[in-house]
Write a protein that binds this ligand. Sequence first.
Ligand code: JF5
Length: 267
Amino acid sequence: MRVDVVSIFPEYLAPLDLSLIGKARANGTLRLAVHDLRSWTHDVHRTVDDTPYGGGPGMVMRPEPWGDALDALAPPELTPDGLTPDGLARPRLLVPSPAGEPFTQAMAHELATESHLLFACGRYEGIDQRVLDHAATRMRVTEVSLGDYVLFGGEVAVLVILEAVTRLLPGVLGNAGSLDEESHAHGLLEAPMYTKPAAWRGHEVPEVLRSGDHGRIARWRRDEALVRTVTRRPDMFAALDPASLDKRDRAALDRAGFQVPPGDVAK
Ligand code: JF5
């Protein structure tokens, strides 16, 4: 997968050299380049922002450097086979913003299937809307939100999105099984995990996990996952297909004080 990131603080993306993302880059799974937006400015002050039309606080990112950056990284001209001159399809443009579409594990899976991602990191009050409107005439544009809070800029959001996407790329995670067993894969939170020692500071590992009885262990883990999900994430629980909750699931929820009517989901 090719990934380009455009930012006025390219140093903010330095962690992408580390750990498993750095390894995916070193072995060629991820071809990542970080670009300084100011390299597409032409004035002595390398201006990227200006005051908002209509008034109000803060500054807005001017469209011209962004237009030139996107032209350079997603060339407007296409060869007869519909590809850009570098032989790739047009990239998917992703713009972190508190006003974006919520980022989820499902979106991470979808992005992991793309051949080229292009991230535009806004700062200040955001990027002039015409940049996104114009880009949408030549590529798929997705404004994406990590959650209901405001950051200084899109850079940290890009770190999060790239970490979630890179670990889904073929060959990055050693153990493929850990992908489909993980939290969110089944619409439930995970049961708690333990390792040695069996007793630590007066807290013991639940007996069932030391029993060696794989049937009992699986049942206990599912019960814990159900009760955790209904208490901590009622939104996730409400989104479950009621048909996926069998009699033993309902009994576990009932013991924890949550009644699930047959064929219905407790709100
Ligand atoms: C940003 C203007 C972009 O703050 C965020 C963000 C919050 N949730 N998800 C992303 O993005 C950076 C800040 C201001 C545009």
